[in-house]
Design a protein around this ligand. Structure first.
Ligand SMILES: Cc1ncc(COP(=O)(O)O)c(C=O)c1O
Length: 404
């Protein structure tokens, strides 16, 4: 269907029919290819958000499209009543590359976290371990279990009550963690590399404390790798940047390459906690999504993760230069690989608008952080394009405000 329209016309229709919970960019998209999005108005944008870390292989990747098309022609859905090759192949690849023992597929990151919490509780209940701990700045999804281990009032206020026995502690604070952990601690949930929280990474000292406490009290560590995982930081998991092996890992976003897919990976000692029927889903592990996941895995290990590392270093060098050029606006360069952030001394939202005017899409998070999540196939040339636009935004701003 190719109805002549404008972004403005589409926006008006959306406002008349859809629940207004999203702060959308004022662009209605017609088409996307590689790292570029084209609006219905005919404008082309460089996409440094990639569907919030989802479109790992960019848009229209030929091998991904081919696998998805072929799978859709074979069957699009069967339910988990049947054995289906794409699920098994993807699970095998995940097991082989990560060393985890078993995989459970869901549709989303929040659902993966719900499953992870249930698995941990089931494990803990027979051991008298009932408490779940998590950290400020963590984002785990919009379902009740996930919200129960998050702090931000915007996501929770007025929607109480949440799960009991769940506590949110200050991130990267070893002392409060030490005070909170005891024999009753069932699980500690964390994003080792926080995304929504503003591209904030766990300090090595904090991780060491966590591991020492685990050794002492024997709780489970659940790593939320929904955003940082699937190669985004140049390693398969974000926590691969530390010497740690969590008991449970949640994934989603990039692993489906653009289709809804989540996964829970678990260590061998947990593979018999659930009996048949104790957990499940109708759509989770959809064969088309899993076929896409297989291609994502093969591409990641076939060179894409190396690209993230190399071009990610180049991006970092360029962000450092931007910081040197605008030290009064850019307080800190954060992140690694293609999970990067510029922590500003001022709100980030106006710069997202300014970037958009220069035909670049990025995102603001934690109020003052410009978050960059390019497709994992982004090139140096695309980084250059972003850097020119970003520098120009800061230049115009500093001239207007008379700073730097
Ligand atoms: C780290 C992390 N965990 C969980 C989620 C929730 O994933 P979903 O939106 O697929 O439910 C997100 C989403 O942004 C996330 O960034």
């Amino acid at each position: 269907m190719n109805i002549p329209t404008t972004s403005q016309a589409v926006i008006e229709r959306e406002q008349q029919s859809m629940y207004q919970v999203y702060r959308r960019l004022p662009i209605a998209v017609q088409y996307a290819s590689g790292c570029r999005i084209t609006s219905v108005d005919g404008d082309s944008y460089l996409d440094f958000l990639s569907g919030i870390a989802v479109n790992a292989l960019g848009y229209g990747h030929p091998r991904l499209l081919d696998a998805v098309t072929r799978q859709a022609q074979a069957f699009m859905h069967l339910s988990n009543v049947f054995y289906q090759e794409p699920q098994i192949e993807l699970a095998e690849l995940l097991v082989q590359h990560t060393g985890y023992a078993r995989v459970f597929f869901s549709n989303s990151g929040a659902e993966a976290m719900e499953g992870a919490l249930k698995l941990a509780r089931k494990w803990g209940n027979t051991r008298g371990k009932t408490e779940v701990l998590a950290f400020t700045g963590g984002f785990h999804g919009r379902t009740y279990g996930a919200l129960s281990i998050m702090a931000k009032p915007l996501y929770k206020d007025g929607m109480e009550p949440f799960l009991p026995n769940a506590h949110v502690l200050p991130f990267n604070n070893s002392e409060t963690l030490r005070d909170a952990v005891n024999e009753k601690t069932c699980a500690v949930v964390l994003e080792f590399l926080q995304g929504e929280g503003g591209i904030v990474f766990a300090t090595p000292e904090f991780v060491t404390t966590l591991l020492e406490l685990q050794e002492q009290y024997g709780f489970l560590i659940i790593a939320d790798e929904v955003q940082a995982g699937a190669g985004r930081t140049g390693k398969f998991f974000g926590f691969d940047h530390y010497l740690v092996k969590p008991d449970i890992v949640t994934m989603a976003k990039g692993i489906g390459g653009g289709l809804p897919l989540g996964a829970i990976l678990m260590a061998q000692h947990l593979e018999t906690v659930w009996d048949k029927g104790m957990h499940g889903t109708t759509f989770g592990g959809n064969p088309v999504a899993c076929a896409a996941g297989v291609v994502v895995m093969k591409e990641l290990y076939g060179g894409v993760m190396r690209n993230v590392h190399e071009v990610g270093c180049y991006l970092r060098e360029n962000l450092n230069v931007i910081q040197q050029n605008f030290p009064n606006i850019v307080e800190e360069v954060r992140g690694c690989g293609f999970m990067a952030g510029l922590k500003l001394s001022v709100p980030a939202a106006p710069f997202i608008e300014a970037l958009l005017k220069r035909r670049v899409v990025a995102n603001a998070t934690a109020d003052t952080v410009i978050r960059l999540l390019p497709p994992l196939i982004a090139t140096r040339k695309e980084v250059d394009e972003f850097v020119i636009a970003m520098q120009d935004c800061f230049k115009v701003y500093s001239e207007q405000e008379n700073i730097n």
